[in-house]
Design a protein around this ligand. Structure first.
Ligand SMILES: O=C(O)CCC(=O)C(=O)O
Length: 367
């Protein structure tokens, strides 16, 4: 089993563009492996998304894309999760398993693992899966920064999570957070699938008062100090009263389905009361041009001076004027592809515009 170095691949975007155009990943590229280099976009059928799917994200706050991930990839991650549970594979930060432990104790140690993409190639591969990125580009793109991964084991008996908004935990300024939730095993009401309050993505973020990064919402009358996010008990969870203004639907999923949802949508899950695990992989992403004051919950260098943490997150698609990281395991992504910065070599013509007036036609880019 590979126990990787967790060095984050940091690339400083303030390097000259000529460096990026021709030699991303040369001399200044930090230590990475090429373990995932074979997982190119060409291996996968490109995804066609419809206008109605695009509407769903905006109107309902979520959209399920059925069968997005090939079954062979799902099986690959699921077998890896089996080996992790058996203690046959591990990585930095994974719960410790001792072969003498009773099975029940071993299993109880695994509920979910956060940010394994920084320490294990398989998780990075899923976070940067071309079929997920194809959809994100269309829903939230074109510039996609990959922020967080979560791998859910959710074993029988393990709890759910009460109403919350994901943007509460992962601030992006402006707020462009979006989640992609891949079903690794079937998710049902019995084993604790996600439940959404349809349309509640129009709600502002309800932050905790000592959260410095409160997006647009801090100044709104009616936004309260939210210190009970994710609390199961709806008598305690302050978001439950807001959630009740919107209809609630369960979102079951088959292995390979991916649910994309807005960072502000109110959602929850219940405990797994079945006798089978509910496995899932979740990625969080934002527009790579949002300022990200978040590094998996840890402090970062330059934070005190007001520097963002963008440089710890991989540029998955598109381009950005901000910093970004290389993928540690070499998963094909914009960070390591040759990127032509947008607008380089373009002339922009706005027909009939003059004297500060808007023109009559659309903007044309003339190379
Ligand atoms: O998967 C679950 O049971 C709940 C997790 C969740 O709601 C989330 O990650 O935002």
């Amino acid at each position: 089993m590979k126990n990787s170095d967790s060095t984050t691949g940091v690339h400083n975007q303030t390097d000259s563009w000529s460096f990026n155009l021709t030699s991303a990943g040369s001399a200044t590229r930090p230590r990475t492996t090429d373990e995932n280099a074979c997982f190119t976009r060409e291996r996968y059928e490109p995804v066609q998304l419809s206008v109605s799917e695009y509407h769903d994200l905006r109107e309902k706050g979520f959209v399920k894309v059925a069968g997005l991930i090939p079954q062979s990839d799902i099986q690959d991650l699921s077998s890896h999760m089996d080996r992790v549970l058996e203690g046959e594979e591990t990585a930095t930060g994974f719960p410790k398993i001792d072969s003498s432990m009773p099975e029940s104790e071993r299993i109880a140690r695994f509920s979910r693992i956060h940010n394994a993409h920084r320490v294990h190639a398989k998780h990075e591969r899923f976070l940067l899966h071309p079929r997920i990125l194809d959809v994100l580009e269309k829903l939230n793109g074109p510039d996609v920064l990959a922020l967080q991964s979560m791998t859910f084991f959710k074993q029988p008996g393990q709890p759910g999570q009460g109403y919350h908004q994901d943007s509460y935990y992962i601030p992006t300024l402006p707020n462009t957070l979006i989640a992609a939730r891949v079903a690794i095993s079937e998710a049902t009401e019995e084993n604790g699938c996600l439940w959404f309050r349809v349309g509640s993505q129009v709600e502002p973020l309800y932050p905790q008062s000592d959260n410095e990064f409160t997006h647009e919402s801090r100044a709104l009358k009616g936004v309260f100090d939210n210190y009970t996010a994710s609390e199961d008990d709806t008598n305690i969870n302050q978001l439950a009263a807001i959630a009740d203004r919107y209809p609630e639907v369960a979102c079951p999923a088959k292995p390979g389905d991916v649910i994309f949802f807005h960072g502000n949508i109110l959602h929850r899950s219940h405990a797994n009361i079945s006798d089978t695990p509910r496995r899932a992989f979740a990625g969080h992403y934002c527009d790579a041009r949002s300022f990200v004051p978040w590094n998996t919950g840890d402090a970062w260098e330059g934070m005190e001076q007001g520097k963002g943490a963008n440089r710890y997150h991989v540029l998955a698609r598109g381009d950005t004027n901000l910093e970004f990281a290389f993928p540690i395991f070499g998963t094909p992504s914009a960070a390591i592809e040759t990127r032509k910065p947008r607008l380089v070599g373009c002339l922009i013509d706005m027909p009939l515009a003059g004297n500060g007036e808007m023109g009559m036609g659309s903007i044309k880019v003339m190379r």
